[in-house]
Design a protein around this ligand. Structure first.
Ligand code: ADP
Ligand code: MG
Length: 225
């Protein structure tokens, strides 16, 4: 069974009087260990697709299955729990809480639902894995863009997700930092957590095992040149 399956997934928006499909009948299956990159121009529907895949916005057509479960058949609170347990979401842009330390930021998803145990030790291990354990006690305003992105990735991993979904995780980073973040995501995929990212950098493609192109809401396989 696929971790995540999108079936005829569609989102219709209205602009003035005119309706259009920001995402148009998209089919995609994501398996354990997959590293899937989606590229495409700004406005082509990439964020809308990711946000529906993560259960954050409701489709106007089609379905999203997570471990075979039709997620939009669930109540809103069940979708929130599923997302918290199974999906590590890395939003576009800066998403850390400024009054919390790096370590506390990584722990936030752990505390959103009642669980046994304490997250600090695991959070610290994830900071080591993402190469920023020396910043555990720092605050977000003291970090570079690349360091903040690493914290967001560590935070996405805290609840042992089945998939990491990241919207342009390298958009504001230099080439060297971009390569480091892509390598980190690649290592995460090799350890068995699926990775689904949106990126508009063609040079990051060599890190994924499957690449798709989004064009006016339509998704198609992207073949290497
Ligand atoms: N809430 C909304 N209401 C109406 N139109 C929207 C909304 N969100 C996005 N859109 C439109 O849908 C299209 C796809 O947007 P988006 O998914 O953000 O694209 P991308 O992430 O590829 O830049 C764009 O034309 C955008 O203007
Ligand atoms: Mg976007």
């Amino acid at each position: 069974m696929s971790i995540l399956e999108l079936r005829e997934l569609t989102k219709e928006y209205k602009r003035g009087e005119r309706a259009f499909n920001a995402v148009n009948s998209v089919n995609l299956s994501i398996e354990r260990g997959d590293f899937i990159s989606i590229i495409g121009r700004s406005g082509s529907g990439k964020s809308t697709l990711l946000n529906m895949s993560a259960g954050l916005i409701k489709p106007t057509g089609g379905k999203v299955f997570f471990d075979g479960q039709d997620i939009f058949n669930l109540t809103d609170s069940s979708i929130s729990l599923l997302r918290n347990e199974k999906i590590g979401f890395v939003p576009q842009g800066q998403s850390l809480l400024s009054n919390f330390t790096v370590l506390e930021n990584v722990c936030v998803p752990w505390f959103l639902f009642k669980r046994a145990g304490e997250p600090e030790e695991r959070a610290f291990t994830l900071l080591e894995k993402t190469g920023i354990d020396h910043l555990a006690a720092s605050y977000p305003k003291e970090l570079s863009g690349g360091e903040m992105r690493r914290v967001a990735i560590a935070r996405a991993l805290i609840n042992f997700p089945e998939i990491i979904i990241a919207d342009e995780p390298t958009s504001d980073l230099d080439a060297e930092t971009t390569a480091a973040i892509m390598k980190l995501l690649n290592a995460i995929a090799r350890e068995g957590t699926a990775v689904l990212i949106v990126t508009h950098e063609l040079d990051t493609l060599s890190y994924g095992n499957k690449t798709y192109m989004m064009n006016s809401g339509n998704l198609s396989p992207h073949l290497p040149a």
